[in-house]
Design a protein around this ligand. Structure first.
Ligand SMILES: [Zn+2]
Length: 180
């Protein structure tokens, strides 16, 4: 995960005290921050983005695969799906030993737009399962939403891989690109 910690407002005169209290200086961003602890890391997705300090100048790299032949749960026709492999997985509950494909995190609207560019049918919407909208696969044949949980649980990420690549997510501008 590319989050370093939580931003702190430390006055110049307070910097020694802040350092002794566990604050760290991040020169790339010219900011003080509280390093991410294990507890904070578990809730990091719910911390407002403006409070977070990211490393690597705000770029996160996620390995991705486009897999073909996922059968729509409703009409059974095949569709392409986008499988992200964030490291470490963002949703530890769904991680199997030796496998870290993890679809079940709240992917932003920009992720759905990125998938569309790859020819994968996705939408950014609410479902009956979760109250806030997220990027989700939609069957191109019948329009049915395909739950991430089922894609992950049912198929165990073993569908044939069409393309594999590293995506770069610019966290500040919320843009996605394929790494050359
Ligand atoms: Zn369908």
């Amino acid at each position: 995960m590319s989050i370093l910690g939580i931003k702190l407002n430390v006055g110049f005169m307070e910097k020694e005290l802040a350092k002794q209290s566990g604050a760290r200086w991040y020169d790339d961003e010219k900011t003080w921050y509280l390093p991410l602890t294990d507890e904070l890391e578990l809730v990091a997705d719910w911390i407002p983005k403006e409070l977070l300090v990211y490393e690597n100048k705000g770029i996160e790299r996620i390995f991705m695969e486009v897999r073909s032949g996922y059968p729509c749960f409703k009409c059974k026709k095949p569709m392409d799906i986008l499988q992200p492999f964030p490291k470490p997985p963002r949703n530890l509950e769904h991680t199997q030993p030796g496998e870290y494909c993890d679809n079940t995190w709240d992917k932003p609207k920009s992720y759905a737009e990125f998938a569309e560019r790859l020819g994968i049918n996705m939408d950014y919407r609410k479902t009956s399962m979760i109250d806030k909208p997220y990027a989700i696969h939609v069957c191109p044949h019948c329009g049915s939403v395909q739950g991430d949980f089922f894609i992950f649980e049912d198929k165990d990420c073993r569908l044939p891989v069409k393309i594999a690549f590293f995506a770069r997510h610019d966290l500040k501008n919320d843009t996605w690109t394929i790494e050359e």
